[in-house]
Design a protein. Sequence first.
Length: 202
Amino acid sequence: MIRVAGVDLGFRVTGVALADITPQGALVAAGAYCVQTAQDPGKKSMFVSHQDADCAEHLAKHLVELLNQPAIQLVCVELPHGGAKGARANRCMGIATGVMASVRMVLKRSMEYYTPRDTRIAATGTDEATKQQVIDAMHGLYEWQEQRPRELEEAVADAFATIEAARRGGMLPFLMREAVKQGAASDSKVRSAFPSPSAPTK
């Protein structure tokens, strides 16, 4: 069995989903987590850039802790797109993307990147899907404890949808085929460990 991680990357809220590939090639939810970063209201005198640095450090620390598992063979990441309105939003997306690239370098993990459009289509079959439709679709495939508030639930659903996007191409189909082969090989070894039934004596 191998483990795949899906990440819905955000500067304020990041969703992380873990799924195990069974020997039969099925994906089973193995965990759902959220990483939240927030500026400390008690540090109003700090420059915004200083608080951004604190948030980036917090995000990096928790991503390393969640993704630094020997069983994880592939990390699939939905990167924030650059279509946000406003300099602040684009700055936050850029920081989050830089954090993810740094985590990849530190952990030396195989990672694949996807767009929000990729994950919506993988989850629902359409680029016009609402956030609720993505949540409903992923709950139909995976079981996880509902997250509150709603933005955390959206982040986890998007993280699972990223795994679904990875199932359409890239390394994951290859890993799944290898898991199936290894499962079949293991079954064969188990069967061969038992002696064949003796022929009936007359």
